[in-house]
Design a protein around this ligand. Structure first.
Ligand SMILES: Nc1ncnc2c1ncn2[C@@H]1O[C@H](COP(=O)(O)OP(=O)(O)OP(=O)(O)O)[C@@H](O)[C@H]1O
Ligand SMILES: [Mg+2]
Length: 235
């Protein structure tokens, strides 16, 4: 049992799009310095859960807590200020801005562009070489590196990653998760949603299986292997 106060916690969380209830009481904990993989098939509510955690969608019931404090109703700006940063499904880079301009657009929280550039280019040298190229002209993997660099610019305590692997070649996915593992070793906590467990389980401390708007099983990946049956393990 982990008795630490979770960095991020959902307790009985409910959320809806208009009249359509999508989260039906989600329980989820992310402890400091850990990686939680939120898994499950299409439409289970993973992205909705991420949106709730990022302050992009209000709860209609239950609680969202950061470091033990109830933060229901926080905005996305509040979330960023409190150290929660998210990369949405589809990466969220501006295709018509250059790499450098994309980093510049991430400076809203007070980070200096020069610092952001230095951090981004030392972590991903290819971004430095392409700093004047439009983000839309980068490969999928490079766009994901840019998205990650933008997110890290706010110096988050917890990073929310939605389908990091989507559309990327397997080798690039492995590289991205190596980078994530390195960030975790440096103290970051991560909640990552993936439809396919295989790509994320190697770095996950906890796996949570989401079906029909609820977390139906969670535990150490090895302990809930049965529930993560082959249909959810996927490619
Ligand atoms: N903007 C929206 N308006 C209305 N319904 C939505 C909206 N976004 C998602 N939904 C519905 O909410 C449910 C959960 O969707 P969600 O995107 O959270 O699932 P997911 O687990 O992320 O799926 P995927 O693996 O496809 O990314 C689905 O039934 C979906 O159709
Ligand atoms: Mg999704």
């Amino acid at each position: 049992m982990n008795e630490q106060v979770p960095l991020l916690e959902l307790a009985g969380a409910r959320a809806a799009y208009g009249p359509i209830q999508v989260l039906h009481g989600v329980d989820l904990k992310v402890h400091p310095g850990s990686v939680v993989a939120l898994l499950g098939p299409n439409g289970g509510g993973k992205s909705t859960t991420m949106k709730v955690c990022a302050g992009l969608l209000p709860l209609t019931g239950g609680e969202l807590r950061l470091a033990g404090r109830r933060v229901n109703g926080m905005t996305a700006q509040d979330a960023a200020r409190l150290g929660v940063c998210s990369i949405p499904e589809g990466r969220g880079v501006f295709p018509n801005l250059t790499v450098r301009e994309n980093l510049w657009a991430a400076t809203g929280t007070g980070a200096r562009l020069a610092d952001l550039e230095e951090a981004a280019y030392s972590r991903f040298p290819i971004l430095g070489e392409r700093r004047h190229q439009l983000a839309g002209s980068l490969s999928g993997g490079q766009q994901q590196m840019l998205a990650l660099s933008r997110a890290l610019g706010t110096d988050p305590a917890i990073l929310l990653l939605d389908e990091l692997s989507m559309g990327l070649a397997p080798m690039i996915v492995t590289q991205m998760y190596d980078t994530v593992a390195q960030l975790v070793a440096e103290g970051l906590s991560v909640l990552v949603a993936e439809q396919f467990a295989r790509v994320v389980l190697p770095i996950a401390d906890t796996a949570a299986l989401m079906l029909h708007g609820r977390v139906v099983a969670s535990g150490r990946p090895g302990d809930i292997e049965d529930q993560l049956s082959s249909s959810y393990l996927g490619g």
